[in-house]
Design a binder for this molecule. Structure first.
Ligand SMILES: O=c1nc[nH]c2c1ncn2[C@H]1C[C@H](O)[C@@H](COP(=O)(O)OP(=O)(O)OP(=O)(O)O)O1
Ligand SMILES: [Mg+2]
Length: 202
């Protein structure tokens, strides 16, 4: 690979997954923490806007190309909430336990068939901070919200996300399996196709 790509994320769970996923494509990325990039303010009103804000922030602070991930969970019974606010659903950014507890509480007594939900991931690639044509791709993963936590793998909402095709929570899946099925894996697959088509990193 000829150039460094910064991964515009501070989320340890995402970074771990990306290390595995990118290595499958023979690409090395460096998390923005290695460059002391300050966290971007996620002021957008969509995953797409926030992904671009994060990618642009990382480009600006490093002078390098970057990839950002903005993701979250949409629950149908809650009209799509927590959506872009998934990381701060219960108030404090990144308090996964509180977020999961609040989501379970809001769905208390709601029957199984009304607990449908999906993970959503938007990836944005920007060559530099003024890049007028960021590459933007999306992936989603359908499932439903369990009635209690199960499993210890993954991060975030994984313990309460039921994966119908596997019959268990996403936190109960081996990492390799999540990395084949997930919203993030699907989005990255699309990004890698776009890279190929545009000879990025070729
Ligand atoms: O595969 C996943 N499995 C479980 N939970 C997940 C997943 N993917 C996203 N999520 C949840 C975690 C967090 O509550 C929110 C992402 O929020 P999001 O703003 O994109 O990330 P973040 O602030 O944690 O890190 P950063 O912005 O530095 O990448 O969605
Ligand atoms: Mg964030």
């Amino acid at each position: 690979m000829s150039k460094t790509i910064v991964l515009a994320s501070n989320n340890a769970g995402k970074i771990k997954e990306f290390n595995t996923l990118f290595s499958q494509y023979g690409i090395e990325v460096k998390p923005q923490g290695e460059f002391n990039v300050d966290e971007a303010e996620e002021t957008g009103l969509s995953f797409i806007e926030n992904a671009i804000l994060k990618a642009r922030n990382a480009c600006e602070h490093t002078g390098l190309a970057s990839i950002a991930d903005d993701s979250g969970i949409e629950v149908d019974y809650l009209d799509g909430a927590p959506g872009i606010y998934s990381a701060r659903f219960a108030g404090e950014h990144g308090d996964n336990e509180a977020n999961n507890a609040l989501l379970l509480q809001k769905l208390e007594g709601v029957p199984t068939e009304q607990r449908t939900a999906r993970f959503h991931c938007v990836l944005a690639y920007m060559r530099h901070k003024d890049d007028p044509t960021p590459l933007v791709v999306q992936g989603s993963w359908e499932g439903r919200i369990l009635e209690s936590s199960a499993g210890v793998e993954g991060f975030g909402y994984d313990p309460i996300f039921f994966v119908p095709e596997k019959g268990c929570s996403s936190a109960s899946l081996p990492k390799e399996v999540k990395n084949q099925l997930s919203h993030r894996a699907k989005a990255l697959n699309l990004l890698m196709s776009a890279f190929k088509e545009k000879n990025i990193l070729a």
